[in-house]
Design a binder for this molecule. Structure first.
Ligand SMILES: C[S@@+](CC[C@H](N)C(=O)[O-])C[C@H]1O[C@@H](n2cnc3c(N)ncnc32)[C@H](O)[C@@H]1O
Length: 275
């Protein structure tokens, strides 16, 4: 295991996460009570613009019921549960962080989606799946933790069927060095940002053709401004997942976007034949 992966895993170590979630979710009543996936949206969509961004990305990727979808870097599983609940597709999540995978399975049992949505612990750089298994793959706010982009995108290409869709929504380097800590990294040692052009070039070089490419920085800035103006966050927020420092991480991400240091890229690609 590389030093980089160890540092990233340490950033998402989330000790006692499932117990923290169990305690936080007591606001919805007894443990046996079934939850709706959308009740978890303020703490299980670990990316800028939350559930709205996942819904937009799924729509751009034209997800449908018959598909088998892979969520790479699936976090605590919110996007995967949303996809299954909305489209009825089969969803598999894979994530480097064992505590996140345990939490994703717990939350999925609470929404009654176990059996339809599953999670595995594993690295995006060595996906634990056979070639050509999936119709679509999502990658939301994960690539900035990964230094070997050519390998990341080749792995995603490998597990997709020919013509399969790859939808990415990620933070990109824009006009300067970011302020740390940010939600994906306490220090620059676990942050491996690329500009949007270099990201798309690396994806195309791995055997993809571009279908959609969009700069979503303005939408992200508007979302942060609205969030700041709307008063204290809900009690169920990503601080439950990442601990007390999360408010500072999120503030810095907003500041980095506002100051033009970082941007947000949304893009969808199609797997093309590779030599
Ligand atoms: C900011 S969270 C985003 C989670 C999820 N995609 C979402 O949007 O809710 C980043 C996630 O990527 C995972 N991750 C980072 N590097 C990874 C790698 N090399 N392989 C698999 N997962 C990784 C982390 O463990 C974490 O769960």
């Amino acid at each position: 295991m590389t030093d980089e992966l160890d540092r990233v895993r340490d950033h998402y170590r989330a000790t006692g996460l499932t117990d923290r979630l169990r305690t936080a979710l007591a606001v919805f009543g007894p443990e046996e009570g079934r939850l709706k996936p959308e009740q978890l949206a303020t703490l299980d969509q670990f990316h800028t613009r939350g559930l709205v961004a996942t819904a937009e990305l799924a729509n751009l990727a034209a997800i449908t019921a018959g598909m088998s979808v892979l969520d790479v870097g699936s976090g605590v599983g919110g996007p995967a549960r949303f996809l299954e609940a909305t489209y009825g597709c089969k969803v598999t999540g894979v994530d480097l962080s064992a505590p996140f995978v345990e939490a994703a399975r717990y939350l999925t049992a609470r929404t009654g989606q176990d059996g339809k949505v599953s999670f595995e612990t594993g690295s995006a750089l060595a996906l634990p799946f056979k070639d050509g298994m999936f119709d679509a793959a999502l990658l939301q706010h994960v690539a900035m933790n990964i230094t070997d982009r050519p390998l990341l995108y080749r792995e995603i290409r490998r597990v997709l069927k020919p013509g399969g869709k790859f939808a990415t929504f990620d933070v990109v380097l824009n006009g300067g060095d970011p302020h740390y800590p940010v939600p994906w990294a306490r220090t620059p040692g676990e942050s491996f940002l690329l500009p949007a052009d270099a990201t798309c070039e690396a994806i195309e070089a791995a055997g993809f053709g571009t279908l959609v490419r969009r700069d979503d920085t303005a939408a992200a800035k508007a979302w942060f401004a609205e969030f700041r103006a709307s008063g204290p966050p809900p009690s169920l927020n990503l601080g439950v997942v990442m601990g007390q420092g999360f408010a500072e991480f999120a503030t810095n991400l907003g500041r980095n976007l506002m100051e033009g240091r970082l941007g947000i890229l949304t893009a969808v690609f199609e797997a093309v034949p590779v030599n």
